[in-house]
Design a protein around this ligand. Structure first.
Ligand SMILES: *Cc1c(COP(=O)(O)O)cnc(C)c1O
Length: 468
């Protein structure tokens, strides 16, 4: 049975359900399986044609130990993926000879975060129910992740969600995606302040042991291992659909916090024949620079038309480093100590060689991103969102050197979410899907609070059902 260890080696070993409910390990590290389970070639081939929920349950089963029985797990994946608007959940679309787009945006908020979040929420609720406990989720958001969390947790009995966003500093669509959930367990707080104020309050709440314990604070951000596991599934299903394991293929992944592309690394470790994992970044190219120079160096974030990839630090990269350093936790502690002290670290020669054998990285400027949207529309009649466009841009770079290996480019958001970027690139607007029609007229519900940690903590304590 898979047990979980921290990348920094100084936290207790845990089972899946504890990793699911916890956030960071107590030593500041990230939980990762002690060893990766393997999927036999026959089992990979058998995924072709299976309904997505069944494939998902089969791939995730070895990770969960006895946290969920096979029937229970299948019931959870079926519930999670019934919320998707496309029957295949994650369909493939061919846009040129060797290039396929994997559409991950058919969930309720039109972004790939739904794929993992819809399952994570149900797993959490299930474990809490069995333990007779409730939990509280608090997040700070400028938009997309918050909406995915709300859609995933709304109406669940065991979890209350509190989301902080900067008052009058998010777009109307972003705000409405958060404020129109009518469910009693969803609370949106418009903070009089900036996104940084919201994030600072959130950090302090997580540091406050007394608050954390009293409300049963749980984390759903992208370092949660269950999210990574849920994301390995579509690497397998898309590869099986294209002939794996008999045929090797590559993936190009629009990358921010490194969760999505790490799931590709996990799939490869589990036995999927992956030739190359192509990291796509926008102008915030820390990962592309790191692979070229061996030096991971944090700079200022530049805002782009692909905002979900505007990051300084890719948290999940620590999990890849752990593998690249032969799972030597002492090395990881040294690297992360250096990152904290001087905002940079150098990757050793051997681990860097291991990373570069498996990954390559390409960044797309703003102009290149727009040009890719235009080119793909012109050549294939297909509209990419700006995040997916960075992925296709990087995919073409790889294909120019390796045209024989089929390439799957992950499309992480629906183009209708970024109408200005699309209009600028191809001169037409993408309509929102029908089920978004009532977003602009549905009643909104939110509370405006001053940017004061004590006020926010009291607001949460007064409403969280986990408080006994
Ligand atoms: C979150 C997000 C990404 C980046 O994914 P990571 O797992 O953080 O690397 C890319 N595209 C979109 C649309 C996203 O929402």
């Amino acid at each position: 049975m898979v047990r979980y260890i921290s990348t920094r080696g100084e936290a207790p070993e845990l089972a899946f359900d504890d990793v699911l409910l916890g956030g960071l390990a107590s030593d500041g590290g990230l939980y990762t399986p002690r060893s990766y389970p393997c999927l036999e070639p026959g089992a990979i081939a058998a995924l072709a044609g299976l309904p997505y929920a069944q494939a998902s349950a089969a791939i995730i089963a070895p990770f969960v130990g006895d946290a969920f029985g096979a029937d229970r797990l299948l019931a959870l994946t079926e519930a999670a993926y019934s919320s998707f608007r496309h029957k295949a959940v994650a369909p493939l679309v061919q846009i040129s000879d060797s290039l396929f787009v994997l559409e991950l945006f058919h969930g309720p908020t039109l972004a790939f975060k739904d794929v993992a979040m819809q399952l994570l929420s149900r797993m959490m609720n299930d474990v809490l129910e069995r333990r007779g406990l409730r939990a509280t989720i608090v997040g700070a958001t400028s938009g997309d992740t918050g909406a995915a969390a709300i859609e995933a947790f709304r109406g669940l009995d065991r979890v209350d969600v509190f989301l902080l966003y900067p008052h009058e500093r998010v777009s109307e669509v972003q705000r409405r995606q958060m404020t129109t959930a009518a469910d009693a367990n969803i609370h949106t707080i418009a903070l009089r302040g900036t996104f940084d104020d919201a994030q600072a309050i959130l950090k302090n709440l997580f540091r406050d042991e007394d608050f954390r314990d009293s409300v049963g604070l749980a984390g759903v951000n992208s370092i949660n291992w269950a999210r990574i596991v849920a994301q390995t599934v579509y690497y397998f299903t898309s590869a099986a659909a294209l002939g794996a394991p008999a045929r090797e293929l590559s993936f190009a992944v629009p990358t921010g916090n490194f969760g999505d592309v790490l799931a590709g690394h996990v799939a490869k470790r589990m036995g999927l024949p992956v030739r190359q994992l192509v990291i796509a970044t926008n102008a915030n190219d820390i990962l592309a620079r790191s692979l070229t120079t061996g030096r991971y160096e944090v700079r200022a974030v530049a805002p782009t038309q692909s905002p979900s990839m505007d990051i300084q630090v890719s948290s999940n990269f620590e999990r890849l480093l752990f593998d690249a350093y032969g799972r030597d936790a002492r090395s990881i502690r040294a690297l992360m100590g250096s990152l904290e002290q001087s905002r940079a670290f150098s990757i050793g020669e051997r681990p860097l060689a291991a990373i570069c054998a498996e990954f390559e990285a390409h960044s797309a400027s703003e102009d290149e991103t727009s040009a890719e949207i235009a080119r793909t529309y012109r050549d294939a009649g297909y509209v990419l969102d700006p995040h997916a466009a960075t992925g296709v841009h990087a995919a073409r770079r790889r294909l120019s050197r390796d045209p024989a290996t089929p390439m799957v480019a992950l499309a992480t958001a629906h183009p209708a979410k970024f109408p200005q970027a699309i209009e600028k690139a191809i001169g037409r607007r993408m309509p929102l899907p029908d089920h978004f029609a009532n977003l602009m007229s549905a009643p909104e519900r939110f509370t405006i609070l001053d940017s004061d940690e004590k006020l926010v903590a009291k607001f949460i304590r007064d409403r969280a059902r986990a408080v006994r």
